[in-house]
Design a protein around this ligand. Structure first.
Ligand SMILES: [Zn+2]
Length: 356
Protein backbone atom coordinates (compact mmCIF):
# COMPACT_ATOMS: atom_id res chain seq x y z
CA UNK A 1 0.00 0.00 0.00
CA UNK A 2 1.60 3.31 -1.06
CA UNK A 3 1.91 6.06 1.53
CA UNK A 4 -0.23 9.20 1.19
CA UNK A 5 1.48 12.08 -0.61
CA UNK A 6 3.30 14.77 1.36
CA UNK A 7 2.66 18.46 0.64
CA UNK A 8 6.33 19.50 0.74
CA UNK A 9 5.63 23.18 0.00
CA UNK A 10 3.28 23.35 2.93
CA UNK A 11 5.78 21.54 5.13
CA UNK A 12 8.55 23.99 4.21
CA UNK A 13 6.39 27.09 4.65
CA UNK A 14 5.12 25.87 8.01
CA UNK A 15 8.70 25.20 9.10
CA UNK A 16 9.94 28.65 8.01
CA UNK A 17 7.05 30.34 9.85
CA UNK A 18 7.69 28.29 13.00
CA UNK A 19 11.44 29.00 12.86
CA UNK A 20 10.64 32.71 12.79
CA UNK A 21 8.67 32.53 16.06
CA UNK A 22 11.09 32.91 18.99
CA UNK A 23 10.68 30.06 21.48
CA UNK A 24 13.56 29.64 23.92
CA UNK A 25 12.70 27.07 26.60
CA UNK A 26 10.36 28.79 29.06
CA UNK A 27 8.93 31.22 26.51
CA UNK A 28 7.22 28.84 24.11
CA UNK A 29 3.61 29.99 24.21
CA UNK A 30 3.65 31.71 20.78
CA UNK A 31 5.18 28.66 19.08
CA UNK A 32 2.80 26.24 20.82
CA UNK A 33 -0.17 28.47 19.85
CA UNK A 34 1.04 28.52 16.23
CA UNK A 35 1.13 24.71 16.07
CA UNK A 36 -2.22 24.55 17.84
CA UNK A 37 -3.80 26.90 15.28
CA UNK A 38 -2.48 24.78 12.40
CA UNK A 39 -3.78 21.55 13.97
CA UNK A 40 -7.18 23.12 14.66
CA UNK A 41 -7.77 22.66 10.89
CA UNK A 42 -8.23 18.94 11.54
CA UNK A 43 -11.47 18.03 13.31
CA UNK A 44 -10.08 14.48 13.69
CA UNK A 45 -7.78 15.79 16.42
CA UNK A 46 -8.69 16.50 20.02
CA UNK A 47 -6.34 19.22 21.26
CA UNK A 48 -5.32 19.95 24.83
CA UNK A 49 -2.51 21.53 26.84
CA UNK A 50 -0.57 20.07 29.69
CA UNK A 51 -0.25 22.26 32.79
CA UNK A 52 3.35 23.06 31.92
CA UNK A 53 2.28 24.22 28.48
CA UNK A 54 2.92 21.38 26.03
CA UNK A 55 0.36 20.70 23.31
CA UNK A 56 -1.19 17.25 22.92
CA UNK A 57 -3.27 16.24 19.90
CA UNK A 58 -5.09 12.91 20.11
CA UNK A 59 -6.28 11.15 16.97
CA UNK A 60 -8.56 8.21 17.57
CA UNK A 61 -7.32 5.24 15.58
CA UNK A 62 -8.99 2.22 14.06
CA UNK A 63 -7.94 0.39 17.23
CA UNK A 64 -7.07 1.68 20.64
CA UNK A 65 -5.80 -1.49 22.30
CA UNK A 66 -2.15 -0.41 21.89
CA UNK A 67 -2.13 3.37 21.70
CA UNK A 68 1.00 5.20 20.58
CA UNK A 69 2.66 8.56 21.02
CA UNK A 70 4.98 10.74 18.96
CA UNK A 71 6.87 13.64 20.48
CA UNK A 72 8.85 16.58 19.06
CA UNK A 73 9.82 19.83 20.77
CA UNK A 74 9.16 23.49 19.90
CA UNK A 75 11.48 24.91 22.55
CA UNK A 76 14.95 26.00 21.50
CA UNK A 77 18.21 27.20 22.96
CA UNK A 78 18.31 30.81 24.15
CA UNK A 79 19.31 32.90 27.13
CA UNK A 80 18.12 35.09 29.99
CA UNK A 81 19.31 38.47 31.22
CA UNK A 82 21.64 37.75 34.15
CA UNK A 83 22.77 41.26 34.98
CA UNK A 84 22.30 44.83 33.85
CA UNK A 85 25.87 46.05 33.90
CA UNK A 86 26.65 49.35 35.51
CA UNK A 87 30.41 49.06 35.80
CA UNK A 88 32.64 49.62 32.85
CA UNK A 89 35.93 51.05 31.73
CA UNK A 90 36.95 54.37 33.36
CA UNK A 91 33.78 54.47 35.41
CA UNK A 92 31.62 55.06 32.35
CA UNK A 93 28.26 53.41 32.68
CA UNK A 94 27.55 51.00 29.85
CA UNK A 95 24.12 49.48 30.45
CA UNK A 96 25.05 46.29 28.62
CA UNK A 97 23.49 43.00 29.64
CA UNK A 98 25.24 39.84 30.70
CA UNK A 99 23.37 36.63 30.00
CA UNK A 100 22.90 33.12 31.32
CA UNK A 101 22.42 30.38 28.73
CA UNK A 102 19.24 28.32 28.33
CA UNK A 103 20.07 24.77 27.25
CA UNK A 104 23.34 23.96 25.51
CA UNK A 105 23.66 27.27 23.66
CA UNK A 106 27.12 27.52 22.07
CA UNK A 107 28.10 31.14 22.66
CA UNK A 108 30.66 31.39 19.81
CA UNK A 109 27.86 30.31 17.45
CA UNK A 110 25.72 33.35 18.31
CA UNK A 111 28.48 35.92 18.53
CA UNK A 112 27.33 39.06 16.63
CA UNK A 113 23.83 37.61 16.17
CA UNK A 114 20.79 39.86 16.42
CA UNK A 115 18.55 39.16 19.37
CA UNK A 116 15.41 40.24 21.19
CA UNK A 117 15.07 40.85 24.89
CA UNK A 118 11.53 39.88 25.88
CA UNK A 119 10.35 41.87 28.89
CA UNK A 120 7.91 40.46 31.42
CA UNK A 121 5.21 42.79 30.08
CA UNK A 122 5.58 41.44 26.54
CA UNK A 123 7.72 44.22 25.02
CA UNK A 124 10.56 43.26 22.67
CA UNK A 125 13.80 45.24 22.67
CA UNK A 126 16.34 44.77 19.92
CA UNK A 127 20.05 44.16 20.35
CA UNK A 128 22.93 41.87 19.48
CA UNK A 129 25.40 39.65 21.30
CA UNK A 130 29.06 40.66 21.27
CA UNK A 131 32.27 39.76 22.99
CA UNK A 132 33.30 42.55 25.38
CA UNK A 133 36.52 43.03 23.42
CA UNK A 134 34.73 43.40 20.10
CA UNK A 135 36.46 46.35 18.47
CA UNK A 136 39.54 45.30 16.53
CA UNK A 137 40.84 48.88 16.64
CA UNK A 138 40.47 49.17 20.39
CA UNK A 139 41.40 45.70 21.62
CA UNK A 140 43.78 44.44 18.93
CA UNK A 141 44.75 40.80 19.45
CA UNK A 142 42.50 40.57 22.53
CA UNK A 143 39.51 40.64 20.16
CA UNK A 144 40.73 37.27 18.89
CA UNK A 145 41.93 35.78 22.12
CA UNK A 146 39.09 36.55 24.53
CA UNK A 147 37.30 33.35 25.53
CA UNK A 148 33.73 33.36 24.26
CA UNK A 149 31.86 32.61 27.49
CA UNK A 150 29.20 34.13 29.75
CA UNK A 151 31.79 36.28 31.56
CA UNK A 152 33.07 37.91 28.38
CA UNK A 153 29.97 38.26 26.24
CA UNK A 154 27.23 40.84 26.52
CA UNK A 155 24.15 42.19 24.80
CA UNK A 156 24.40 45.64 23.25
CA UNK A 157 20.91 47.11 23.07
CA UNK A 158 19.89 49.22 20.07
CA UNK A 159 18.74 52.06 22.30
CA UNK A 160 20.41 55.21 23.64
CA UNK A 161 21.66 54.16 27.04
CA UNK A 162 24.02 55.90 29.40
CA UNK A 163 22.90 54.62 32.77
CA UNK A 164 21.59 51.41 34.27
CA UNK A 165 18.38 53.34 34.91
CA UNK A 166 17.99 53.87 31.14
CA UNK A 167 17.89 50.09 30.74
CA UNK A 168 15.38 49.73 33.57
CA UNK A 169 13.28 52.46 31.93
CA UNK A 170 13.04 50.29 28.81
CA UNK A 171 11.31 47.72 31.03
CA UNK A 172 14.25 45.31 31.04
CA UNK A 173 14.87 43.32 34.21
CA UNK A 174 17.06 40.42 35.30
CA UNK A 175 15.34 37.21 34.20
CA UNK A 176 13.98 38.52 30.91
CA UNK A 177 14.20 35.99 28.09
CA UNK A 178 16.60 36.48 25.18
CA UNK A 179 15.96 34.94 21.77
CA UNK A 180 18.47 34.85 18.91
CA UNK A 181 17.56 35.39 15.25
CA UNK A 182 17.17 32.07 13.43
CA UNK A 183 18.41 33.51 10.09
CA UNK A 184 16.38 31.15 7.92
CA UNK A 185 17.47 30.71 4.31
CA UNK A 186 16.28 28.28 1.64
CA UNK A 187 18.67 27.39 -1.20
CA UNK A 188 18.60 24.38 -3.57
CA UNK A 189 16.43 22.36 -1.21
CA UNK A 190 18.66 23.16 1.76
CA UNK A 191 17.12 24.80 4.81
CA UNK A 192 19.73 26.73 6.76
CA UNK A 193 18.64 28.09 10.11
CA UNK A 194 19.20 28.00 13.82
CA UNK A 195 16.78 25.82 15.79
CA UNK A 196 15.99 23.21 13.13
CA UNK A 197 16.42 21.22 16.35
CA UNK A 198 13.63 20.47 16.76
CA UNK A 199 11.30 22.60 14.67
CA UNK A 200 12.17 20.50 11.60
CA UNK A 201 10.61 17.51 13.37
CA UNK A 202 7.59 19.46 14.60
CA UNK A 203 7.04 20.35 10.92
CA UNK A 204 7.44 16.69 9.89
CA UNK A 205 4.87 15.58 12.49
CA UNK A 206 2.40 18.23 11.37
CA UNK A 207 3.05 17.29 7.72
CA UNK A 208 2.31 13.63 8.50
CA UNK A 209 -0.97 14.62 10.16
CA UNK A 210 -1.94 16.76 7.14
CA UNK A 211 -1.01 14.07 4.65
CA UNK A 212 -2.97 11.40 6.51
CA UNK A 213 -6.00 13.66 6.98
CA UNK A 214 -5.97 14.83 3.33
CA UNK A 215 -5.96 11.20 2.17
CA UNK A 216 -9.06 10.47 4.29
CA UNK A 217 -7.22 7.90 6.38
CA UNK A 218 -6.79 7.53 10.13
CA UNK A 219 -3.97 6.05 12.23
CA UNK A 220 -4.10 2.29 12.86
CA UNK A 221 -3.94 2.93 16.61
CA UNK A 222 -5.08 5.87 18.69
CA UNK A 223 -2.11 8.25 18.60
CA UNK A 224 -1.02 11.07 20.90
CA UNK A 225 0.99 13.79 19.14
CA UNK A 226 2.95 15.49 21.92
CA UNK A 227 4.51 18.90 21.22
CA UNK A 228 7.01 19.37 23.98
CA UNK A 229 8.14 22.72 25.42
CA UNK A 230 10.94 21.85 27.89
CA UNK A 231 13.11 19.37 25.95
CA UNK A 232 16.30 21.43 25.81
CA UNK A 233 16.52 21.40 29.60
CA UNK A 234 15.81 17.69 29.90
CA UNK A 235 12.25 17.21 31.13
CA UNK A 236 9.94 18.04 28.20
CA UNK A 237 8.11 14.74 27.72
CA UNK A 238 8.39 13.66 31.34
CA UNK A 239 4.69 14.61 31.54
CA UNK A 240 1.84 14.68 29.04
CA UNK A 241 2.02 11.16 27.65
CA UNK A 242 -0.72 8.90 29.03
CA UNK A 243 0.27 5.78 30.93
CA UNK A 244 -1.65 3.45 28.59
CA UNK A 245 0.57 4.34 25.62
CA UNK A 246 2.60 1.30 24.56
CA UNK A 247 5.11 2.92 22.20
CA UNK A 248 6.72 6.36 22.02
CA UNK A 249 8.53 7.51 18.89
CA UNK A 250 10.68 10.53 19.65
CA UNK A 251 11.13 12.68 16.56
CA UNK A 252 14.31 14.69 16.88
CA UNK A 253 17.25 15.66 14.72
CA UNK A 254 20.04 13.31 13.73
CA UNK A 255 23.61 14.40 14.49
CA UNK A 256 25.72 14.90 11.36
CA UNK A 257 29.51 15.18 11.52
CA UNK A 258 32.80 13.26 11.40
CA UNK A 259 32.35 9.65 12.45
CA UNK A 260 28.58 9.82 12.04
CA UNK A 261 26.44 7.81 9.59
CA UNK A 262 23.73 10.49 9.41
CA UNK A 263 23.55 13.06 6.61
CA UNK A 264 21.32 15.95 5.55
CA UNK A 265 19.45 13.93 2.90
CA UNK A 266 18.21 11.01 4.99
CA UNK A 267 16.26 10.23 8.09
CA UNK A 268 18.17 8.37 10.80
CA UNK A 269 17.16 5.95 13.50
CA UNK A 270 19.31 6.46 16.59
CA UNK A 271 19.89 3.20 18.43
CA UNK A 272 22.03 4.64 21.23
CA UNK A 273 22.92 8.06 22.63
CA UNK A 274 24.55 9.40 25.81
CA UNK A 275 21.81 7.82 27.91
CA UNK A 276 22.16 4.34 26.41
CA UNK A 277 20.29 2.16 23.94
CA UNK A 278 16.74 2.70 22.71
CA UNK A 279 14.13 -0.08 22.55
CA UNK A 280 15.42 -2.77 20.24
CA UNK A 281 12.01 -4.17 19.28
CA UNK A 282 10.50 -0.79 18.34
CA UNK A 283 13.68 0.26 16.53
CA UNK A 284 13.58 -2.95 14.49
CA UNK A 285 9.90 -2.45 13.72
CA UNK A 286 10.70 1.04 12.39
CA UNK A 287 13.55 -0.35 10.28
CA UNK A 288 11.24 -2.99 8.78
CA UNK A 289 8.64 -0.32 7.98
CA UNK A 290 11.27 1.84 6.26
CA UNK A 291 12.46 -1.14 4.21
CA UNK A 292 8.90 -2.09 3.28
CA UNK A 293 8.14 1.45 2.04
CA UNK A 294 11.56 1.97 0.45
CA UNK A 295 12.44 4.88 2.70
CA UNK A 296 16.20 5.36 2.62
CA UNK A 297 17.51 5.70 6.16
CA UNK A 298 20.64 5.61 8.29
CA UNK A 299 21.31 3.91 11.61
CA UNK A 300 23.47 5.92 13.97
CA UNK A 301 24.76 6.53 17.49
CA UNK A 302 24.92 10.08 18.88
CA UNK A 303 27.81 10.81 21.26
CA UNK A 304 26.52 13.93 23.11
CA UNK A 305 22.77 13.62 23.00
CA UNK A 306 19.70 12.98 25.12
CA UNK A 307 16.06 12.95 24.06
CA UNK A 308 12.56 13.52 25.31
CA UNK A 309 11.88 9.79 24.95
CA UNK A 310 14.48 9.21 27.64
CA UNK A 311 12.92 11.99 29.74
CA UNK A 312 9.68 9.96 29.70
CA UNK A 313 11.58 6.79 30.58
CA UNK A 314 13.27 8.53 33.51
CA UNK A 315 9.90 9.85 34.69
CA UNK A 316 8.73 6.24 34.90
CA UNK A 317 7.08 5.82 31.52
CA UNK A 318 6.70 2.09 30.81
CA UNK A 319 6.81 2.13 27.02
CA UNK A 320 9.02 1.10 24.14
CA UNK A 321 10.94 4.21 23.01
CA UNK A 322 12.66 4.81 19.67
CA UNK A 323 14.18 7.90 18.06
CA UNK A 324 14.06 8.95 14.42
CA UNK A 325 14.66 12.27 12.66
CA UNK A 326 16.26 14.17 9.78
CA UNK A 327 20.01 14.70 9.58
CA UNK A 328 20.96 18.19 10.77
CA UNK A 329 24.45 19.51 10.16
CA UNK A 330 26.18 21.73 12.78
CA UNK A 331 23.54 21.05 15.45
CA UNK A 332 23.12 23.63 18.23
CA UNK A 333 25.08 25.90 15.92
CA UNK A 334 24.06 27.41 12.57
CA UNK A 335 22.20 24.31 11.47
CA UNK A 336 21.27 22.98 8.03
CA UNK A 337 19.15 20.17 6.62
CA UNK A 338 17.54 19.33 3.28
CA UNK A 339 13.92 18.80 2.24
CA UNK A 340 14.79 15.20 1.28
CA UNK A 341 15.53 14.43 4.93
CA UNK A 342 12.26 16.07 6.02
CA UNK A 343 10.30 14.05 3.45
CA UNK A 344 12.01 10.82 4.51
CA UNK A 345 11.17 11.53 8.16
CA UNK A 346 7.53 12.37 7.31
CA UNK A 347 7.16 9.22 5.19
CA UNK A 348 8.58 7.15 8.02
CA UNK A 349 6.04 8.66 10.43
CA UNK A 350 3.24 7.92 7.95
CA UNK A 351 4.37 4.30 7.57
CA UNK A 352 4.37 3.96 11.36
CA UNK A 353 0.97 5.64 11.85
CA UNK A 354 -0.67 3.38 9.26
CA UNK A 355 0.97 0.17 10.47
CA UNK A 356 -1.28 -2.15 12.46
ZN1 LIG B 1 16.21 18.41 19.95
Amino acid sequence: MPLPKIDTNHLTQFLVDLLNIPSPTGLTEDAIAFVEKELSNYPQLKLSRTRKGALVAVWEGQSSDASRALTAHVDTLGAMVKEIKSNSHKGKVNGRLSITRIGGLLLPAVETEGCWVHTSTGEKIRGSLLVNTASGHVHGVKALETKRDEDNMEIRLDARISTKQDVLDLGIRVGDFVSFDPRVELTNGFIRSRFLDDKACVAAMVAAIKSLADSGKAPAQTTYFHFSNYEEVGHGASAGIPADVTELVTVDMAAVGPGQESDEFHATICVKDSNGPYHHGLSNKLRELADEHEIQYKVDIYPYYGSDGEAFWRAGGDVAVALIGPGVDASHNYERTHTEALEATTNWLLAYLLND
